[in-house]
Design a binder for this molecule. Structure first.
Ligand SMILES: [Zn+2]
Length: 459
């Protein structure tokens, strides 16, 4: 891990109109586009990761994919990028799930952390620079709560410690909630104010794991972990904070209050991705309309999953359906077929070999609020125009370089295909058909061309 110096975020300007050459991102707090500093930045990004207690659903993959793509794009644009994405391994949901299945909560969280890494690895986008766990960040969490207590922004009540919302006058600035409208997030008669939220929760009898603190054994509230982790790895000021739209309130509002309350400037841009919708409803575990990322990748292939997410602007909701996945898979095939018929070409295209004038609209689309849908349309234009070198370079940014690479079939399938050739030559079409079926059952198609057969992996 690199150590990162805290640097005041200077060289900022509010975006207005379309100025070529600066990357702009929509920011929830200002409700508008904000320009990034000139490359190399740095651009320090913190994204809220999953709470780990079961296999993640395909909707959980969106912030992960968005952050990994954005890191690749900004690196391509010459930025020095650091991405931190936490894993919440202490949480009420974990205690509940562990109790229900009779497993120690720490054990369940460790297992589900491995699942999360395994499942997102299926997408072959790499890992964030740092993926901190709450269980590894306890000293920083306790230290930050102590600072809040000293600043009179937190108080003890019956073994818990609460943030004093009335002490932070900007509360509500991110979500736009007015103070009198703020709902009670954690009902407890011992609180001074119904809006106050827990920083530390005293140990409960039915919780099997706890940590020591100056306020007694217990565990952190949900929001304090991200304030502590972001600061630990990125410093007190950083450029981009991401996460799902459902985190704006209370999670991010509370993170902001905690960190700014003790004088950190915290995130400059708040980047909230839209949620996945299944038949018009938000997709979440509680609704039961679950398609795990693993299942969706198994069914459609990782390239179709990535392409599917390209079709929507990151901050809009995106509809998930068999039709949408089928359309994404068809687009994947159109790129694969075009690149296959174009030949292997050079896999690593040098920037100097690229026609910058043709490349430019693609840059403009991504620089303008990371509009992957517009970029995808440009890619299809290049596909039909035969701009294959540009296409390969652009697909690589989205983890789709594999579309330009033919798969080598296993030797036993080649043997089956050869046996099929022989059967066809002998006019034994029944045997030829049965061999074709056998090849298809293994997940491959056999195509007949002028120069013999070709084996193509089914997607
Ligand atoms: Zn968070």
């Amino acid at each position: 891990m690199r150590s990162i110096a805290t640097r005041p975020s200077s060289d900022w300007s509010e975006g207005s109109g379309r100025s070529i050459g600066r990357v702009k991102i929509y920011d929830t707090s200002t409700r508008g586009l904000v320009e990034l500093p000139e490359p190399p930045g740095p651009i320090r990004m913190y994204f809220c990761g999953p709470t780990v207690y079961q296999r993640i659903h395909v909707g959980n993959a969106r912030p992960y994919i968005l952050s990994m793509w954005l890191r690749r794009w900004l690196a391509d644009r010459g930025y020095d990028v650091t991405l931190v994405e936490n894993i919440t391994d202490i949480n009420d949901k974990i205690y509940d799930a562990a109790r229900a299945e009779g497993t120690p909560s720490i054990e369940l969280a460790e297992r589900a952390t491995r699942w999360y890494v395994e499942d997102t690895d299926l997408l072959e986008l790499g890992r964030p620079d740092v993926e901190p766990l709450v269980t590894e960040t306890m000293p920083e969490i306790v230290g930050l709560i102590e600072e809040l207590v000293e600043a009179d922004l937190a108080y003890q009540a019956q073994g818990d410690v609460y943030f004093r919302v009335s002490g932070f006058s900007d509360y509500g600035c991110l979500s736009g909630q007015r103070p009198e409208e703020v709902q009670d997030q954690e009902p407890n008669a011992a609180k001074e104010d119904r809006r106050d939220f827990a920083l530390w929760k005293g140990r409960k009898d039915d919780e099997d794991a706890c940590w020591p603190s100056p306020w007694g054994d217990g565990r952190p509230g949900w929001h304090i972990e991200c304030s502590a982790m972001a600061e630990k790895f990125l410093g007190g000021a950083f450029e981009i904070h991401g996460g799902g739209l459902d985190l704006v309130f209370p999670h991010h509002e509370n993170e902001l209050a905690q960190s700014r309350g003790v004088g950190r400037s915290f995130a400059k841009i708040w980047m909230h991705n839209g949620l996945l919708q299944l038949t018009g409803e938000k997709m979440s575990k509680s609704l039961g309309n679950i398609a795990t990322l693993r299942d969706v990748v198994d069914q459609w292939g990782r390239e179709a999953v990535l392409l599917y997410f390209m079709t929507g602007l990151w901050r809009n909701p995106i509809d998930f359906s068999q039709d949408a996945m089928s359309a994404a898979a068809a687009q994947v095939e159109s790129f694969r077929n075009a690149l296959r018929s174009a030949g292997t070409g050079s896999s690593a295209v040098e920037a100097s070999a690229v026609s910058e004038a043709v490349w430019r609209p693609f840059v403009e689309a991504l620089d303008d609020d990371f509009n992957t849908a517009e970029a995808l349309a440009i890619l299809h234009g290049w596909r039909t125009a035969g701009e294959y070198d540009l296409l390969r370079r652009a697909l690589e940014i989205f983890g789709l370089a594999s579309l330009a690479v033919g798969d080598a079939a296993p030797a036993e399938l080649v043997a089956l295909a050869e046996a099929r050739e022989d059967a066809r030559a002998a006019k034994d079409f029944e045997r030829a058909d049965s061999l074709r079926n056998e090849i298809e059952r293994c997940g491959w198609d056999v195509r007949d061309g002028a120069h013999g057969f070709e084996l193509v992996r089914r997607r």
